[in-house]
Every structure is written in structure tokens, then in C-alpha cells.
Design a protein. Structure first.
Lengths: 264, 376
């Protein structure tokens, strides 16, 4: 970001981030910012450090150096008590759902509300039903255990838990990975409609080119620990960088692009 | 949040017979906490025509929108006509979304079950477990028979590995506990025997109780806690991560790889551990006898040789393989009973220890009956 005004608008602002696991360097000098109200997607090949970056932002992992500001507050080095107000303002959906297997879907969602609000059991129950309905799950799914759900339903349930507190910022780790195209596009639509209705800022990590064309406002390309470019899909598609070109112009990339253009 | 971070609603009647309700503040999941309880006791205006002025709402999220939607519905159902006005367009979209997705009252909470219902379920579960256990033992027997008919197909590496973890690595704890058990028996007996001047019989006492009953039982209980639980947890976790299914698809019978080696290894290890426990127990008794009753080691050992015959030793050792079968089959069975959740792994692991100790003691009692009947 070059100007001060945009910095204020940035919900997430990452500066000169370095991360390493032992001798393996994961991030080298990563700088990135996500603006308020946008859907930002982080892409890159497997093992390029996308998920690690996400984990660093949500304080599950401590980078070596650099700065990560979320809602204007530095998150590196916060203790749990200091982190709590921030954690209440965001929701995270993990790649494999990470639903609590001993609880039903409704209990999974209700748990967050019970922990952080003093609403009456009746209202919590109603709000839970609403969140489950918002993610497009049938009402009957609420009383099921995660192990009884299909992969797509589990992702929706995980999303219902992530939006339980109406977060201002939503992190999605591979929201469509491992889903059939139909379920995947269902999740895309869901993310889009939540984004529009709730005015969320969304940061997602994804491999899914269809998702990128459909839901992402801006896309950041990460390759071997560095940001290669941050732009809209249309602009990135014109980029000259060989890795970006390979990523977007491989056989699957072209197909996704053509499909989107047909739709428009 | 600018200004008020709580949601408010209040109303005033005007001359024309309509009442205006003003909603204001932050209608968010955190803002509506007080409002929710206030709504239940709020005296609503008596007028039929209501105007709901939402222009004061600063922020609105889905929970707030739901509460607003619920309130509107409640008013309409009580026969009033409500006009909503002053809502920001963005909030209106959200309210419409919530209204469209709302399914009604929420999930029915699972009904609290009566005592009779619970008892019935427990009995049914218990019966199912029993039948399942018998079926499992049957399956294992068939697989074991197949394996023994073709010894080349036996998996020696896991057998040896299990021998090491369940047998060799259990030596220190088994030895220590048996030693202490011998000490305790000799110590407790010493006072009584001294009273009758029958000091030397302490050797009979320690020898018989350790060799016939306590060593096999103590060893079995230690192994059930150490290894039976590990079997249940290992197989249970493999079931959760679908590794068991993966084995089947590769064409490996899970029982052959996961159960048979454990069972064979335990059948070898448990008798050996029992003998080790016998020795440690006698050693403990011997030390106690020499310090408390002044019986020298040589005299103690001579007496053991005379008093404890071979059949006493064998009745103890012969139980061990049976206990081994019980521990291995209960541990593995409970592992296979795991379904889906992390919680379930914990429950079945606990169950495996409780059930195998229970069955070991029952089997021990049966052995006593049979030996008594055979006059051994």
C-alpha cells in the first residue's frame, strides 16, 4: 500500500513477514494488505506457504519477524487475553471443518454463542437454526453429528460455526477443496451471498480457479515464500510473470476462464 | 462502534390512534443481550396500527435481524398491522435474507430421556455389546485358525514388536508391584503367625497366594491397563482416520494384521511375566521374612521347595494365556467399536480396561471353581 488513507482501510496489513520451520524458510519478506469489505484470495502451488500465512494471521503460529496488523492492531506477540477481543471479531473455517466430533452441528454453532454471549437458550437456539439455514443446510442437519455428514455438508456446518458471532472478518482455508463441482459452486455462491448480505471482509486460501474467477475481488499469488503479485483476476491474467502465467494458463486455468466469460 | 453499542426499543402513542416504536442502537449479537430479556416483559402498545421506526439502528447483524424479524412476526400474529420504516437499505436486504431463510422456531432440542428409557437403552446396548463380542471372538478364532494352518502367513514382525512393548517393557512395573505385594503379604502374615510361633509358615503363605492367585491376576491387571487400553486406542484411532477401511481395500484382513499378532504376543508374554511376578513376589516375601521374623534366606527357600508343589505353580501359570486372550480380544473389540469421534475413542478405551479387568476376575473365579472340583 502506498498511501496512508488506504492503510486505514486495510483490515489486514502484513509487512515484511519472515517465517521458517527450522532451516526451511516459508515466507521471505511477504507484504500484503486486505481492504475492508473485499474478498481476498491467496493462491499458489502446494507447499508455498499459503496456509502457514493464514495460521500466522490468526495467531496459531508465530512468525520470525515482521508485522501483522489486523483491524489496526499488531497481532504478533499478543497473549491469549489480549487476543480474545480480536478473536471475537473474526471467524475461521478450517480446511477439514474441524467440527467438534462429540457435538452435533447445532451444538457446535451454539457453543460459540454460549461462550461469548449471554443470550437466552431459546434465542441461541433460534439464532443457531438461522445460521444453519443461512449456510444452506437442511434444518435436520442440526441434530446430526459431524461424522454423519457428507464432505460438502461438513464444510457448510463449519461455515455456520465460523459466522456464529457475525464476524467482521472471515478466514476460509480451502473452502471448496475436496468437493464435487456442484457442492463447490454451492459454497462459492454461499460465500458470495454472505459477503453481500453481511458486508464481510473475506480472506480465503484456495486452489480452485473457478472460485477465484467467481468470488475473489483481488487475488494474491504466493510462490516459494514471496508474493508475486496482487491484483484482480482480470489483471493477473494479463501478467507476464512465468509462474503466474503457468498457474492461470494451464489447461484447467483456461477452462475456468472461458467458462466465466461465457457466463458474463 | 459509534455511540450506543446496545439495542433499544421504545414506543409512544400519538393522537391518530397509531403508535410509533423507535428502534435504536446496535442490533448485534452483543448488543441485543439486555433487549432480549426486556422484550419478554415489555408492555406493547394497545393500538392496532403500529409504525416501527428503524432509523435509529446503527448496526445490524444476523442475530439482531432475527430478533427484529421475530418481534415483527409476534406483533403481526397478535393481530396488529405493523409498518416498518426508516430502515437503511443495506439493513433491509439483511432483514429480507433472514426472513427468507428463517425456518421457524429453531431446532427441537433433544428431549430429556426418562429413567426407564435410559435403562432400556443401556440394557439394549449391553446386549448388543455382548452379541458383538461373541461375534468378534468367533471371527478372531477363524482368522487365527487360518493363520495357524499356514504359519508362513503369520506376521512375525508385529508379533515380536508386541512382545517387546507388551512384555519386555512391562517387566519393571510388574516386578516392582509384585515385589511390594510379596512384602505386604509377609508383613501382614508375620504378626498372626508369630502369635502361634508358626513363623516358618510365612513361606507357605507367600508362596501359595502369590503363585496360585495374585501373580497371574496382578500381571493381567497391569497388562490390561498398559496394553489392552493401548490396543483399543490404536485401533479406534485407525478406525476414525479410515485406516481400517484402507487395509480392507488393499486386501489385508484387518484382524489378521491388527488382532492376531497382539493376541499371540500376549499369549506368550503374559505367562512369562507371571513367572517373573512369582519370583519378584517370593523375593519380597523372603526379604520381609528375614527382617521381621528372622528367617534366613536359605531356610525360607528350603521351606518354599517343600511347601509349594509344582501343581500350585502350574495352576497359576496356566491361567495366564487365558487372561491374555481376554485382554487382547476385549481391547481390540472395543477398538473396533469406535465410531467417528474423538470422544468415542476415549470412551471405548476406558471400557476396554474396565471390561477386561472384570472378565479376568470372573475367569479367575471360574478357574478356582474348576480346580476345586478337580481337587488340584
Amino acid at each position: 500500500m502506498s498511501t496512508g488513507a488506504q492503510q486505514v482501510d486495510a483490515v489486514i496489513d502484513i509487512r515484511k513477514l519472515h517465517t521458517s520451520y527450522g532451516a526451511a524458510v516459508v515466507h521471505e519478506d511477504v507484504s500484503l494488505s486486505v481492504r475492508k469489505g473485499e474478498t481476498f484470495a491467496l493462491v499458489g502451488g502446494s507447499g508455498c506457504g499459503k496456509s502457514t500465512l493464514l495460521r500466522a494471521i490468526i495467531m496459531l503460529l508465530r512468525p520470525d519477524s515482521g508485522s501483522i496488523r489486523v483491524f489496526g492492531q499488531e497481532v504478533i506477540g499478543l497473549n491469549d487475553e489480549q487476543a480474545l477481543p480480536l478473536r471475537r471479531r473474526w471467524g475461521v473455517m478450517f480446511e477439514r471443518g474441524a467440527l467438534f466430533s462429540a457435538l452435533t452441528v447445532a451444538e457446535n454453532v451454539a457453543m460459540v454463542l454460549r461462550e461469548h454471549t449471554q443470550l437466552s437458550p431459546r434465542l441461541i437456539n433460534e439464532v443457531v437454526a438461522l445460521k444453519i439455514a443461512l449456510t444452506g443446510l437442511p434444518a435436520s442437519a442440526g441434530n446430526k453429528y459431524p461424522s454423519e455428514l457428507s464432505g460438502g455438508m461438513r464444510k457448510r456446518a463449519a461455515l455456520a460455526r465460523a459466522i456464529a458471532l457475525d464476524p467482521e472478518l472471515l478466514f476460509l482455508d480451502e473452502p471448496t477443496a475436496g468437493l464435487d463441482p456442484f457442492s463447490a459452486s454451492g459454497i462459492d455462491e454461499l460465500v458470495q451471498s454472505l459477503h453481500q448480505a453481511l458486508g464481510l471482509t473475506i480472506m480465503m486460501v484456495t486452489h480452485d480457479l473457478d472460485s477465484l474467477w467467481r468470488v475473489a475481488d483481488r487475488v494474491g499469488v504466493l510462490d516459494s515464500g514471496r508474493i508475486l503479485g496482487v491484483d484482480t483476476m482480470e489483471e493477473l491474467a494479463q501478467a507476464e510473470h512465468p509462474v503466474i502465467r503457468e498457474y492461470f494458463y494451464g489447461p484447467r486455468g483456461r477452462a475456468a476462464q472461458e467458462q466465466t466469460w461465457k457466463k458474463r | 462502534m459509534n455511540g450506543d453499542d446496545r439495542a433499544h426499543i421504545n414506543w409512544q402513542a400519538d393522537a391518530s390512534g397509531a403508535a410509533t416504536m423507535h428502534c435504536s442502537g446496535a442490533w448485534t449479537v452483543r448488543g441485543i443481550q439486555q433487549l432480549e430479556s426486556a422484550l419478554d416483559t415489555l408492555a406493547w402498545p394497545g393500538e392496532q396500527q403500529l409504525v416501527l421506526d428503524a432509523s435509529g439502528i446503527v448496526t445490524l447483524d444476523t442475530s439482531g435481524a432475527w430478533l427484529l424479524h421475530r418481534t415483527l412476526q409476534m406483533l403481526q400474529q397478535s393481530g396488529k398491522s405493523v409498518i416498518l420504516q426508516g430502515m437503511q437499505p443495506g439493513f433491509n436486504t439483511l432483514l429480507q435474507l433472514v426472513a427468507a431463510r428463517a425456518t421457524g422456531a429453531g431446532h427441537e432440542l433433544p428431549a430429556r430421556k426418562g429413567a426407564l428409557d435410559r435403562l432400556g437403552r443401556m440394557a439394549w446396548k449391553w446386549l448388543q455389546d455382548m452379541v458383538g463380542m461373541f461375534a468378534f471372538v468367533g471371527e478372531i478364532s477363524i482368522v487365527l485358525l487360518h493363520s495357524l494352518l499356514r504359519p508362513a502367513r503369520l506376521r512375525w514382525r508385529p508379533i515380536l514388536y508386541n512382545l517387546q512393548t507388551a512384555g519386555f517393557e512391562a517387566l519393571p512395573i510388574t516386578g516392582l508391584l509384585s515385589f511390594l505385594m510379596g512384602v505386604v503379604i509377609a508383613y501382614q502374615g508375620a504378626d498372626q503367625l508369630q502369635r502361634f510361633g508358626a513363623n516358618i509358615y510365612v513361606a507357605d503363605m507367600v508362596g501359595f497366594t502369590m503363585l496360585r492367585e495374585l501373580s497371574p491376576m496382578l500381571t493381567a491387571i497391569i497388562v490390561a491397563g498398559r496394553s489392552g487400553s493401548a490396543y483399543a486406542a490404536q485401533i479406534g484411532t485407525m478406525k476414525v482416520t479410515e485406516e481400517i477401511d484402507a487395509l480392507r481395500t488393499i486386501g489385508i484382513v484387518p484382524h489378521e494384521l491388527l488382532v492376531i499378532p497382539k493376541m499371540l504376543a500376549l499369549m506368550i508374554a503374559l505367562p512369562l511375566l507371571t513367572v517373573f511376578s512369582d519370583m519378584a513376589g517370593l523375593f519380597g516375601g523372603m526379604i520381609m521374612a528375614s527382617t521381621k521374623l528372622n528367617i534366613s534366606y536359605g531356610v525360607f527357600l528350603d521351606r518354599i521347595g517343600d511347601a509349594v508343589n509344582l501343581s500350585s505353580f502350574l495352576t497359576g501359570v496356566v491361567k495366564a494365556p487365558v487372561f491374555a486372550v481376554i485382554i487382547a480380544s476385549v481391547g481390540c473389540f472395543q477398538g473396533f467399536q469406535v465410531s467417528g469421534s474423538a470422544d468415542s475413542v476415549g470412551r471405548q478405551t476406558t471400557m476396554s480396561v474396565v471390561h477386561s479387568i472384570f472378565l479376568v476376575i470372573v475367569a479367575d473365579a471360574l478357574f478356582s471353581l474348576v480346580f476345586n472340583w478337580l481337587k488340584i
